[in-house]
Design a protein around this ligand. Structure first.
Ligand SMILES: Cc1cc2nc3c(=O)[nH]c(=O)nc-3n(C[C@H](O)[C@H](O)[C@H](O)COP(=O)(O)O)c2cc1C
Length: 342
């Protein structure tokens, strides 16, 4: 079992929740933290947007800063920045470290600043940001150096295997980022061209681990505790970062901790799973208001129902649920059906 240390962060199981834009908001991060995730990361935050909106000095106009809110319940938590201009990245990191920015009600500073060098989305890549930085190692290193020189917080970087099959440069890039001052590297074992298919390659994570001395966190296709065990064995990684495996299943973190501690693990019952879904939806509504909270909670609710009999009928009903009570009614029906048919 790894003991992952960087900056003032120390994680007994090296167990992290990955950043997922539109998914890992405050509500979800807190839920995963309670379930056993030892570390969380914000959704990706545009460095440029953060800097620009602060210059407007109008709290009402602030949209990006709330994404960088850090609460005690989800700490230690990193804020992830994306961008390609070292000066903006530096300015944004200084803002985040100081906490002196409008629009976020952070209870404490981030545990680290994470830099996104993995996002495959065309709009992001088209600006030379996200995984496009893997094609510009010089700029990538300049960003790390600029941030590292300006703040005291650890600087971590999340990369992919490379841009495409012909340029799997993760080990060389990781070495360069380490030389520029990076404190930790997370590697998603797919290239940009692979987006999320067909599979994540543990060999490239192992190669990064061999190339650097700083901690390496493995990411990609971790859906069960057995997947985590295999990744640790195949790569020697110091920590693991879980993304899609936690969607509708924050219990995965508890399962991994049970494995590490040699304890038996009892999966949640259907009732427990849907009870957690209700807690999740209620927290989203409390934080974002009923209209936005419910709209954003729906996809999570569908993920919690996955695998239950009648989930496709429930999917339709959940899409139209206009209140927490309506979601509860759909779940009650689903549970009844599963009880009778089991
Ligand atoms: C909906 C979604 C949103 C994501 N958003 C981000 C993001 O904001 N920043 C980032 O570095 N990676 C992001 N990712 C990538 C994940 O962090 C992770 O690297 C990837 O999903 C592979 O891990 P997995 O196989 O455990 O899902 C996102 C992935 C998904 C599915």
């Amino acid at each position: 079992m790894p003991d992952l240390k960087f900056g003032s962060v120390s994680l007994k199981h090296g167990l992290m929740l990955a950043p997922m834009a539109g998914v890992t908001d405050t509500s979800f991060r807190i839920l995963c933290r309670r379930a056993g995730a030892e570390y969380t990361v914000s959704e990706m935050v545009s460095a440029k947007a953060l800097c620009f909106e602060q210059k407007m000095k109008k709290a009402g106009a602030v949209r990006t800063a709330p994404l960088a809110t850090v609460t005690c319940q989800e700490a230690p938590m990193a804020v992830q920045l994306f961008g390609s201009d070292p000066a903006f990245m530096r300015e944004a990191a200084i803002l985040l470290e100081s906490g002196a920015y409008l629009g976020a009600s952070s209870e404490l500073p981030p545990a680290a600043i994470d830099i996104n060098m993995g996002c495959p989305v065309a709009k992001v890549v088209g600006n030379g940001e996200g995984s496009a930085l893997m094609k510009s190692p010089e700029t990538a290193a300049a960003i790390v150096r600029a941030i590292k020189d300006a703040i005291h917080l650890p600087v971590t970087v999340k990369i992919r295997a490379g841009w495409d099959e012909h340029s799997k440069n993760a080990p060389e890039l990781a070495k360069r980022l380490e030389d520029a001052g990076a404190d930790l590297i997370t590697v998603h074992g797919r290239t940009r061209q692979q987006f999320y298919a067909p599979y994540s390659d543990n060999r490239v994570i192992a190669a990064v681990k061999r190339a650097v001395r700083i901690p390496v966190v493995g990411n990609g296709d971790l859906f069960t505790a057995a997947d985590v065990k295999r990744m640790r064995e195949e790569t020697g990684c110091d920590g693991v970062m879980i993304a899609r495996g936690a969607m509708g299943n924050p219990f995965l973190f508890a399962e991994i901790i049970a494995m590490d501690e040699g304890l038996s693990y009892t999966p949640p019952t259907d009732e427990e799973r849907l009870e957690l879904a209700m807690v999740h939806a209620a927290d989203m509504v409390a934080r974002k208001g009923e209209r936005v909270g419910l709209a954003e909670a729906r996809k999570h609710m569908l993920w919690y129902c996955k695998g239950l009999r009648g989930a496709s009928t429930a999917r339709e009903a959940l899409t139209h649920a206009e209140s927490l009570a309506a979601i509860r009614a759909v779940f009650d029906e689903l549970l009844e059906r599963n009880q009778w048919e089991s």
